[in-house]
Structures are given as C-alpha cells and as structure tokens.
Design a protein around this ligand. Structure first.
Ligand code: CTP
Length: 400
C-alpha cells in the first residue's frame, strides 16, 4: 500500500484511452489512495460517470455549476483543496493546450488553474494520435506545462487506436501507478548516479548447460526502483532473470560474471555502487563449444575452474571509488560473516541477511554492517526494505 493517506483527483478528458482509467482508479485505491473522479463532457462520450462512480465509490464531478458538489457551492475550488495531486488521464491535446494557456472553461481546467500549486501538483498523462503529439503546437504547450511545474507521465510509444504507430499512447495503468507512487517519494538521491548488479550469473559448461544459483534478482530490482524513485539516475546490470525492468531504470542484461564485470566497468563513474548480484566465484575454464554428449561408456566430463574477478572489490579498489555497498547472504553468524566481508572487500557498508530470506523470498530482515556498528532493519517486504536502505545510503553519502 504505497499511497495510503493520499487523496487524488483523477481528471478524465475525451480520449479512447479513458477505458484504461477505469483500471487506474481501481489500482490507485488498491495502493490505499482515495480518488475523486472529475470528467469532462467529452470524457463521458467514452466512459460513463456511472461506471466511474461505481469504481471510485464517490459521486463523479462533471459540472462547474453543480452546487451540490461542494458545501460552499464552489466545486472548482473545493475539490482540490484536500487533494495531494490532480492526475489527468487521459489528457487530450486540447486539454493540454487549454491548461498551458490558463483557460478555465470547464470544471477540470478550472480545477487545474485554481489549485494550490505548492500543495497540489498537476500530473498529466497525454493520450493522442502521434501527429497530434508531435505537432509543434502540442510540443510548445507541453514545454510550457513543464516550465510551469506540471509533471508529464509518458506518453508511451506503440500501436494507436487510430491504426498509426508512435508516441502518444497513454501509459498502462500499472505504469501510471508506478510513476504516481514515485512522484510522492522523497528525493534524497536527486542528481546522483547509482549503479547496481542484481540476479544470478550463469557460467557455461557447453552451449546448453551451465552453473548458476537461485538468486531471483528481486532485492536488486526493488533497490533499483527505490533508488530511481528517490531521484537517482540508475543503471541496473542484471544477470539472467525474467523480472520486469523498473520504470526509468537503464538495464544492461548480462549472462556471465565476466560480462557483469565488464558492464559495471563501462557504467562507471557513479556516485554509488551497490553489488546485490550473486556472482559465481568460479567459471568453467574449459567450456565446450559443442554440446557434451554422453559417450558409450558414460564417463563423466571433467570440468576445470578458474576464478572470476570480484566485481565489488575491484570497484572499491579504484583510486576514487564510488560509495560501495556489498551484500552478504549468510546461513549462520550473519553479522560476523558480514564484518569479514567489510574488511576483505574494503567497502564502507555491507548489507547482511539470512540466506534463506535472500533467495526468492518477498521480504527480509536486514543488518547494515559498518565499521561504526550494526543497524538492524526489522523484517519488511523487499520494496519497503529497499526504500529504507536507499534512505540509509543517501544519509551516508550526504555525510561524506
Ligand atoms: N561479489 C562481486 N563479485 C564477485 C563475487 C561477489 O561483486 N565475483 C559481491 C556480491 O555482489 C556481494 C558480495 O560481493 O555484494 C558478496 O561477497 P562474497 O564474499 O563473494 O559472498 P559469497 O559468495 O556469499 O561469499 P562466501 O561464499 O565466502 O560466503
């Protein structure tokens, strides 16, 4: 529940993407938000106010002159005063043009103009044909909105209802929710570059077999999302995993530890490096370029191993290293083992957890182990832990 306590005005203008707003309203409530829907006359050509009332659990505001919609008879003021944000989805080119010029000729544009700008940000999810989006008039209006402090959510690229392809598609409900949640997060890493490794590595034995481990990548991906939500520019070097890339994160996919090492080195310099990946310490020195066959006598093949570079220790040993954070998944003596890694890798912070929590589980208890002592982060879900950890990292780099 990432939006608990938030009250959102969701504005809908007349676009076919309005059907996605039905699900958006549901998902915002699933995250704990309360939602007041406001619809323009054109929006009601696509979805009815009855449907939106049923979904939001509140009467939908449609009229500037509806005296019942606010106790003081001024819905254009009253509706936004308790709102933490106004989210307009879909936002048509015409709506964007009117807001950019300060017009107030219906309830939604009047709400946008009359909102308290320091308290209630306007977030806009454009939805229109690619030619309309790319038209210089729209681009001028969008630039004006940005300059005025309006946040743009999307648009995305892809197939459009009109049959054309390009920018102008409204983001999907899940993407909008992710961006809205991110909008409300504090930004202690604004202007910082953060690099992470995540997931397992895969060391080939032959073209179809290899050595890997049970790391799911969930912790690293949650941290990438939390860091991005905290304002960082995030690069995520990921071993083989089918997890979806968090929005706004640059992802580099790799397979082996050696590819992970090279991708990390290419992504430097950064302000913070967090090594979450479960990297194979050894690779097969003699991988076969053909599939190894069971021979007649079924003699097992002999594998020789050679060491992989320690990515974290390598980065920490650079002349001007970023703030380096290691992870330690231990089955016993969690803090003691993490202390040893702190020393052997020469990093300022090691995040320790129990191995049984680290692989695939959705939550964990963490211990921040550093020279100064140990800070426990009590058990919580992976995203909640990731947000705490990002705040702890931000506090430490601010002190540097
Ligand atoms: N790490 C790395 N490159 C490697 C190996 C590990 O960057 N080749 C990083 C991991 O991402 C993690 C930390 O180092 O942040 C883990 O340290 P390590 O001592 O390798 O952990 P384990 O492999 O669990 O060590 P051990 O088997 O000794 O417990």
């Amino acid at each position: 529940m990432e939006l608990t306590g938030k009250h959102l005005v969701v504005g809908m203008t007349g676009g076919i993407a309005a059907y996605k707003t039905c699900e958006l309203v549901r998902r915002l409530q699933d995250e704990g938000a309360t939602v007041q829907v406001v619809m323009t006359a054109a929006a009601q050509q696509f979805v009815t106010a009855t449907a939106m009332q049923a979904l939001s659990g509140r009467p939908v505001a449609t009229e500037q002159w509806d005296h019942a919609a606010a106790d003081n008879g001024m819905p254009h003021i009253a509706l936004t005063r308790a709102a933490d944000a106004i989210v307009v989805a879909p936002a048509t080119a015409h709506f964007i043009a009117r807001v950019a010029h300060g017009l107030a000729d219906d309830l939604l544009t009047t709400l946008a103009l009359a909102r308290n700008r320091s308290r209630t940000t306007l977030l806009i999810a454009p939805a229109m044909n690619v030619e309309m989006w790319e038209n210089p008039a729209t681009q001028r209006n969008v630039a004006q909105l940005r300059a005025d402090g309006v946040a743009l959510l999307g648009p995305a690229q892809g197939d459009q209802a009109c049959g054309e392809t390009g920018y102008g598609r409204m983001l999907e409900p899940g993407e909008l929710v992710e961006d809205i949640v991110a909008f409300f997060q504090p930004k202690p890493l604004a202007g910082k570059r953060l690099l992470l490794t995540a997931g397992p590595t895969f060391e080939p034995i032959d073209p179809v077999r290899g050595i890997t481990n049970l790391s799911s990548g969930k912790t690293g991906f949650a941290l990438a999302r939390a860091a991005r939500d905290a304002g960082a520019e995030v690069t995520l070097v990921a071993g083989p995993t089918s997890l979806a890339t968090p929005r706004g994160v640059k992802r580099v996919d790799v397979t082996t530890a050696s590819e992970m090492h090279d991708a990390v080195m290419r992504a430097l310099p950064v302000d913070v490096f967090v090594a979450v990946a479960a990297v194979a310490d050894w690779r097969v020195a003699n991988p076969s370029d053909r599939k190894i066959k069971k021979n007649a006598k079924a003699t097992p093949p002999t594998l020789r191993f050679e060491p992989n570079a320690d990515i974290l220790a390598t980065v920490a040993a650079l002349p001007t290293p970023p703030f380096c954070v290691g992870f330690a998944a231990e089955s016993e003596d969690v803090v003691e083992n993490a202390r040893r890694k702190l020393a052997s890798k020469k990093v300022p912070l090691v995040v320790a957890n129990r191995a049984q929590d680290a692989f695939g589980a959705d939550g964990a208890e963490l211990f921040l182990v550093e020279a100064a002592g140990v800070t426990p982060l009590p058990h919580a879900g992976k995203l909640a832990q990731a947000r705490r950890l990002v705040a702890e990292i931000a506090a430490r780099i601010a002190r540097r």
